[in-house]
Design a protein around this ligand. Structure first.
Ligand SMILES: [Fe+2]
Length: 280
């Protein structure tokens, strides 16, 4: 059995490259609501960074789903990961971003989603409410195929699965370090971005984020509640493009080799406090 990212080259989500028909309007939302400031990018792309979070926004990314941009800890880890991917016939292309040091690379999953790996270029410390970018989630029409790619080729490990009454896998949570998931896929009728999540330090931070969105008259879309898989407290809001942002606390950690959990496909699994947003 081959090693996992968690064992060999732990990776964490660092930033997202979002595509938008209205990049300036979207950037205004992220600057104001997420305490982000502009970083100059030579290609004119909008690049925003803040405390533990960063985003790139452009109208020219191929495809409509964002690129998920991960970092590893060392040059040696990055080289080892690239070697692993090349050995599995995964094409690695350069990933240029001012948020990465030189040498970052991107790959595409079997449905064309972009994922990149690199070393962080670092950014000056910024003031703002605590919440680090932590995971991103997609809906897919081919759950089994994409999960096989991310586990077998790339090295993500399955932390939990949600399975329907008739035995169909509906959701898979994948980890790339000790945290329960940095990436997840829901079986759906379309291939679309589902949401992205910012992990806070504690429940009181969730209160503060809720109050911030209340002042901006951005209503809660889903939650507050607690997820079954991951056991994290959460709520979700949407940005002006309709992309969903989650704010979370208390996400659990999972050890190397822990047996994946299996959860029933019902509202209680997705929100033990009450009603859930069930994807179709
Ligand atoms: Fe989430």
């Amino acid at each position: 059995m081959s090693t996992t990212l968690q064992q060999a080259t732990p990776a964490r989500l660092h930033h997202l490259h979002i595509v938008s028909a209205e990049p300036r309007q979207l950037a205004d939302f992220y600057r104001k609501q997420l305490d982000l400031v502009d970083v100059t990018s030579p290609d004119g792309r909008i690049v925003l960074t803040g405390p533990g979070r960063a985003v790139e926004i452009s109208d020219s990314l191929s495809g409509r789903q964002p690129c998920s941009c991960f970092v590893v800890d060392t040059e040696a880890d990055l080289a080892a990961l690239r070697q692993r991917l090349v050995a599995r016939n995964v094409t690695c292309e350069p990933a240029d971003s001012v948020l990465y040091r030189p040498g970052a690379f991107m790959i595409r999953d079997p449905q064309g989603r972009c994922v990149s790996f690199g070393l962080t270029a670092g950014s000056p410390s910024r003031d703002g409410l605590p919440a680090r970018l932590q995971h991103t989630v997609f809906q897919t029409t081919e759950l089994e195929r994409v999960v096989a790619f991310y586990t077998e080729a790339v090295g993500y490990a399955i932390s939990d699965e949600v399975v329907s009454d008739d035995g169909k896998t509906m959701v898979v949570f994948l980890r790339s370090d000790d945290e329960h998931h940095s990436l997840a896929f829901f079986q759906g009728s379309q291939n679309v971005w589902d949401h992205h999540c910012y992990e806070t330090n504690e429940w009181n931070d969730i209160r503060d984020w809720g109050d911030r969105f209340a002042r901006a008259e951005v209503p809660i879309f889903f939650g507050p509640g607690r997820h079954g898989p991951g056991d994290n407290l959460f709520f979700m809001v949407t940005d002006p493009d309709g992309n969903r942002l989650e704010f979370s606390a208390e996400l659990v950690r999972v050890g190397v080799g822990d047996t994946p959990g299996v959860w029933p496909h019902n509202e209680r699994t997705l929100n033990s406090w009450g009603r859930a947003w069930v994807r179709t």
